[in-house]
Design a protein around this ligand. Structure first.
Ligand code: SF4
Length: 365
């Protein structure tokens, strides 16, 4: 018998993901949070399949990659995160530690970094054992190396990033995991900060939480010129409006301008985006605003996966203006070459100083 839960409050007019099916694994059923997610989906009329085991049987068509992709993208699986997934990893430069509430995302961004990091069909998995995930955090307090080294981040304490493998706000109306985590940080009263970044706008469930100022939301943004690369996300103006509402609710906020795409027209497009952000946040009392700047990059694997998922994409992943960078794990990343990076960096630093004088730039990468 599933627990009865109230549907999460949602923003009027938000475009909310509605998966075609929810798979509830046997172990996930043993967790109240897992049962609550299934019940919430069922209350919205989404078919919920209770599995007899923890093995996810996806039944995706072998002979039709487009259909297989579409079916995977419209599947939400409620599973239990094993100990290996609950072990926190350092995640510079964004935060000290990565904490995963879920894995996968329902949107269709043609540059999505998850294409190179997650294996298998692109379903979204949400973790039912949220209490076990949160239990891992206290032992990492004071252990990070990223935020303690940066004066721009003074006062943040140890930082925990929840958006590395998912967009937690894009699935919040079904999972409730982000609200629970924000509440948990609010009650923790430790020198710590939860961070999440999002390309969605449905912040309604977060607005009245006792967050204690220990969660920073960042809106992940690109100008309308590149909106065609961000299928299934909320419009940029709504993301900025959501960010303003969060700032008015007392949250520290930020902009993640990512991925910065140096295609024709980029200067004017990003200049307008930064001006729009300035207008959206204008007049917010006590605004605590940061900016993170992440240029477009890809690996040979992510390029191959993305080319299969989005064969018609106009995103430039060719060799011009690019150079290879070796990661600390020895793999190759294709990033913009040094002159392009220099030009981008100068532009963003100048524009942000002019249009968002209260903002602190945390990093450019
Ligand atoms: Fe990937 Fe973020 Fe787009 Fe989701 S919103 S598809 S995580 S880039």
């Amino acid at each position: 018998m599933l627990d009865k839960v109230q549907p999460a409050p949602v923003a009027q007019g938000s475009r909310l993901w509605r998966p075609k099916r929810v798979l509830l694994s046997r172990s996930a059923r043993e967790w109240a949070h897992g049962r609550a997610i299934a019940e919430r989906a069922a209350s919205q009329g989404i078919p919920v399949f209770e599995l007899l085991t923890d093995r996810l049987t996806l039944d995706l068509p072998n002979d039709d990659p487009r259909r297989a992709y579409a079916q995977a993208k419209s599947t939400l699986a409620v599973v239990v995160a094993p100990p290996s997934k609950r072990r926190l990893q350092p995640i510079a430069p964004s935060a000290d530690w990565r904490v995963d509430l879920a894995e996968g995302c329902p949107a269709h961004c043609s540059y999505c970094y998850l294409a190179g990091s997650l294996k298998g069909p692109p379903i979204t998995r949400v973790y039912a054992n949220l209490p076990e995930i949160l239990d891992e955090l206290p032992r990492h307090l004071g252990q990070g190396t990223v935020t303690s080294r940066q004066s721009e981040r003074a006062g943040e304490g140890t930082t925990f990033e929840a958006s590395c493998y998912t967009d937690p706000l894009g699935i919040e109306h079904l999972t409730g995991s982000l609200s629970e985590t924000v509440k948990w940080f609010g009650a923790w009263k430790a020198d710590a900060q939860l961070r999440f970044t999002t390309k969605f706008d449905a912040v309604e469930p977060l607005l009245r939480i006792d967050h204690g100022g220990r969660t920073r939301m960042r809106a992940s943004l690109n100008p309308s010129l590149f909106a065609r690369h961000e299928g299934g996300t909320s419009p940029v103006a709504s993301r900025l409006d959501a960010l303003r509402r969060m700032a008015e609710a007392g949250y520290p906020v930020g902009l993640t301008i990512a991925p910065i795409i140096a295609e024709p027209g980029w200067e004017e497009a990003y200049g307008m985006l930064i001006a729009d952000a300035g207008r959206a946040l204008n007049g917010v009392a006590g605004l605590d605003l940061t900016v993170e700047l992440i240029t477009h990059r890809f690996t040979p694997t992510s390029r191959e996966v993305l080319s299969g998922w989005y064969p018609g994409s106009s995103l430039d992943m060719g060799p011009d203006g690019r150079t290879e960078k070796r990661t600390k794990f020895g793999s190759i990343k294709h990033v913009y070459d040094a002159p392009t990076m220099k030009m981008l960096r100068r532009f963003f630093e100048t524009e942000i100083a002019a249009q968002l004088p209260k903002a602190r730039i945390l990093y450019f990468t």
